[in-house]
Design a protein around this ligand. Sequence first.
Ligand SMILES: Cc1cc2nc3c(=O)[nH]c(=O)nc-3n(C[C@H](O)[C@H](O)[C@H](O)COP(=O)(O)OP(=O)(O)OC[C@H]3O[C@@H](n4cnc5c(N)ncnc54)[C@H](O)[C@@H]3O)c2cc1C
Length: 422
Amino acid sequence: MVTEHIDVLVIGAGQAGIAMSEHLGRNGISYLVLERNRIAERWRSCRWDSLVANGPAWHDRFPGMEFSGHGPDSFVPKEEVADYLKAYAEKIGANIRCGVTVRHVQRNQGRPGFKVETSNGLFDAEYVVVATGAFQNPVIPTLVPETEGLTQLHSNAYRNPAQLPEGAVLVVGSGSSGVQIADELLRAGRRVYLSVGPHDRPPRRYRGRDFCWWLGVLNKWDAEAPPTTDHVTIAVSGANGGETIDFRRLAAQGMTLLGRTEACQDGMLSFASDLASNLAKGDRNYLSLLEEADAYVVRNGLDLPEEPEAKIIPPDPECVTTPIRALNLKEAGISTIIWATGFVSDYNWLKLDCFNENGTPKHQRGVSAEPGLYFLGLPWQSRRGSSFIWGVWHDAKFIADHIIKQRGYLAYQGMALPEMAD
Ligand SMILES: Cc1cc2nc3c(=O)[nH]c(=O)nc-3n(C[C@H](O)[C@H](O)[C@H](O)COP(=O)(O)OP(=O)(O)OC[C@H]3O[C@@H](n4cnc5c(N)ncnc54)[C@H](O)[C@@H]3O)c2cc1C
């Protein structure tokens, strides 16, 4: 079989692979991106129908191109985000080959570089950038056994309310996906239960500025390490023009809030006693951002209108003060459980010694423990913004610069020997 030689092989043509293409191309480095489906596939086929970007159009984009047909403050529908990424790839002339799955990557023996086995032949690459996405395989906790009359699906398989059988829906998970899906189902007239875990919930807008702006000026997008080692999901939404996630408002509209889903026995689900404390922690996160924003306004003498009403937290609804700790699925009429419980990565096809015990890549800012191998698009790869459209662009630049530096070292021919004295 013929082996194709490539300087840099990038795997995956989502936003990370496209950003990588831009920086490699700009520096005259020859590269090829292999994508098993289409460009930006995950935006097209792994998200629900009504999803819009979580950040406004002026922010959730690459520096080199604006969204056309959308005002700067609008939230772009997911299909158009994919169109944007495809158009961006065309604009920069990205060298992308679609419909090619990478099956194995292994180190060359006795020389630098990697042997890459794909559905379309073999490649020999000096450098490999893994840009296969942070949100790969859905995680569904093994809590509820298969039960007749009960549909269980992950948020990545949810499309719209009409897809679900009639009846009440339990949504597990209060990050951006869980809360948006629960809200959509409630608006569609469903009876909805939402199991709420620990979360942050920034204000959508405050004093006339979107939270993306506040996180930018307060240097939070550039924060280099998560505030705690525990994963805390962020509840934010661009749906319906963009609203602050407010669990009490959802309860007032008829949604039943529950604590973390803990167990299931004989059709009876049980929930932790943490609902009120999860809401209170979310409130503290929300209020602390308002306070930091106020301090920033004063320090910089900005003329942004005060918004004292944003600090009013309404009283807890009954489902919070008297929480349901156990629920009989049948009696509650729950016909569907949607697990908005996150994703794990799958790197089984990377036959390399560059992973921690828990399977996460060993790396520094995407430079892996295996020389010549890079990761791009990881959450917190270098900063909070790393897995988002605008953040990955900067990480891609860092990796391109690193490759250039490494090539410089390898081009060194050795110390010039002093001329032999006669
Ligand atoms: C529900 C949801 C909403 C989000 N909303 C936003 C948002 O509003 N704004 C924002 O900035 N971010 C958002 N994100 C986060 C992030 O921007 C997206 O997940 C984005 O798709 C990540 O881009 P990526 O290029 O890193 O990975 P992906 O988009 O996952 O792209 C990876 C590509 O690699 C390909 N691939 C994988 N394995 C192989 C292989 N072995 N061989 C060949 N190709 C392969 C896949 O087909 C895929 O196209 C959201 C994430 C989720 C889950």
